[in-house]
Every structure is written in C-alpha cells, then in structure tokens.
Design a protein around this ligand. Sequence first.
Ligand SMILES: [Ca+2]
Ligand SMILES: [Ca+2]
Length: 250
Amino acid sequence: MCTLLIAAAALLIATGARATVVDLITGDSGTITNSYGTATFQFTQPQPTGTGVIKPFLRVQADPSEQGYNTSGGTPFDDKAGPWTHNLTFADLMTTAVTIAGQNYFKLLLDINEPGGSKSTVTLNQLQFYTSPIGSQTTTNVSSLGTLRYSFGPGDLVNMDAARNHGSGSGDMYAYIPVSAFAGTASSDFVYMYCAFGGTDFQSQGGFEEWALVVNPIPEASTIFPIIGLLAAVFSTQFVRRRQLQQVSK
Ligand SMILES: [Ca+2]
Ligand SMILES: [Ca+2]
C-alpha cells in the first residue's frame, strides 16, 4: 500500500498533475496549469451584443448536469439546436488570438444562465478542444472527435455565480486557451470544443449556457505566426488574404 502511494505521488510530481479549482464566485480570475499549458479564466460583466461582437457557437442546457460540443451535424448530448450551435474551423478560432504578457491565447466568452437565489452557482467541470479534418461529427465518444489539443486535468474546474451579473446577458467569463497547445493544426481543420457543467460542486439549472468567439478587431498575425510555426506557408498567405478581404468588406 505504502509503495503504491509513493508510486502515485511520484507520478503526480512527474506529470505536474494537480487539480486546480478556479473560484469566480468570489474571485475575479484564476489560472489552470497542466500538461497542455496555462489557461486563464476571468470574470466579466456583460459585453456589447451588437452583430459581429457576440457570435455563439455552442449552447448546452440540462439539469442537474450538462455536456456538449459544437457541431453542425446535430445535437449530441445536451446541445441546443439552432443557428448558435455549429462547426468551427481553426481559422475561425485564430480570429480570437490575443497576446497577454508575451503569451498567446485564444479568447472565448461564456454566458451562463442559472436561476436566482441559492441556485445561481454552476461548475464548469471540463473543457476540451479537439481538432479534426472531419466536420459535423455527432459521436458520443468524445475522445474519438480528433486530436486532443487542450483539456482540464482530473479535478480541474471553474466555479461561477450567474448572480454576479443581473438578468440574461453576455457575461460571465472569458476563457483564455493557450495557442501553443494547437501547434501543427491546419487552418481548415474543424475545432470541437467539448464542455461539461454541473454535478461536481454546483449543479447546472435554468437556461442554456452559451459560448462565443471573441473576435479580435486587430489582427495579430505577426505575433501568432511564430507560435504556429508548423503551419504551411500557403496558409499564411490565405490568412492574410482573408483578413484583407474581411477588412475590405467591413
Ligand atoms: Ca449570464
Ligand atoms: Ca444553466
């Protein structure tokens, strides 16, 4: 028994595996560091909701726990049908890139919807990103979605309180996911973001939780390209062209 414990402890130290609980109920931000890198989670108040600012790509809703991933193929797990649950490509995700203190992140917005009173809290138990050349998947075997790029480790979670923002809106949290975890991803690859809420510390209830891309108004291609060093040069050209076309069309 003792030998087993020592072996387990050695494994934990070797892998740096240590569960992190980010408290956004009383705190304003926190980080989770694991083998995929360091992700930051930050409380935010409602954002402007003009067209092109908030673009949900995944809505999930169930009671007392819920899970799902974005796809245009259907509604696996607790996905909500409709235009705001759909495929994403890596090129889409790249439009959210920001640099903070020299580190590059993809920036996402989460809006939680929970009842008032004692039921306003909810736990984000898992957040994973997979990439694959195949879009519109509907499998319930999440690990088969593609290449796992980012994941919470065992026990990692974020606790939130919808009551920190009044009514429905486009708060409540920014997630900053390390770009370095996606090295080698093709721009045309599909990105599946899997999330699970409720059941660990605080249950999911009320309306749907929704995730949106936070599209960076200022292209940061010059800072992101050294990180995605494995991308083909042809993509770089396409990305710049896309940007130029997008700016022309605005
Ligand atoms: Ca909310
Ligand atoms: Ca909810």
